[in-house]
Ligand binder design. Structure first.
Ligand code: ZN
Ligand code: ZN
Length: 187
């Protein structure tokens, strides 16, 4: 069975060199749907608590919220960093509090201090699904990701392998036989 949750992301981007309006800087509310597949954990009668899927995903995906997402070869990148530097906000600002954990993968690098994500490929809805999967695949049994942004939408199905050992009292992933949330120990 599947547990399904949704996350909103507000961001700015552009498709550098794309022959259409999207080559100009613009913004969206993107909607990500995460479907997690596993057995039902009998203690909680759930595959996985949806608010916990949201927490795991949000920890890293908040890097994309109220962020600018640019491809690594986009000349806007040095131009914007120069403005942020001059304004004194490149390395953070007191109001920039909702920061995700910095990450660097083959597909994207997050700079939470200046709310910027630099991508290897153009950040289309398809590109975002590839990035999200690479960030979450080791934390969740992802069966499907769907991302919509304006009129664009894409989805990809995956074949989850194995099952995650979950706490029978709160449903979250057990770490070495102990629940990190409620302290339950597997006998
Ligand atoms: Zn767009
Ligand atoms: Zn627990």
């Amino acid at each position: 069975m599947r547990s399904i949750t949704k996350i909103d992301l507000q961001y700015a981007h552009r498709f550098y060199k794309f022959q259409g309006e999207a080559q100009y800087l613009h913004g969206h509310t993107g909607l990500l749907t995460i479907e997690v597949e596993d057995s039902i954990e009998p203690g909680v009668n759930m595959v996985y608590p949806c608010n916990e899927i949201q927490k795991i995903a949000w920890d890293v995906l908040k890097n994309f919220d109220h962020a600018l997402i640019l491809r690594e070869d986009d000349p806007l990148l040095p131009a914007i960093l120069a403005v942020y530097e001059k304004q004194g906000i490149k390395n953070g600002a007191p109001s920039n509090k909702m920061k995700g954990e910095a990450f660097k993968t083959e597909l994207a690098t997050a700079y939470p201090d200046c709310r910027l994500v630099v991508t290897k490929e153009t950040m289309t809805v398809e590109g975002m699904i590839k990035i999200v999967y690479s960030l979450l695949k080791d934390k969740l049994n992802i069966a499907k990701l769907t991302f919509t942004s304006g009129v664009n939408a894409a989805s990809q199905e995956y074949q989850p392998v194995g099952t995650i050992d979950r706490c029978p009292l709160c449903g979250v992933t057990m770490v070495n036989g102990v629940c990190p949330k409620c302290g339950y120990k597997r006998k």
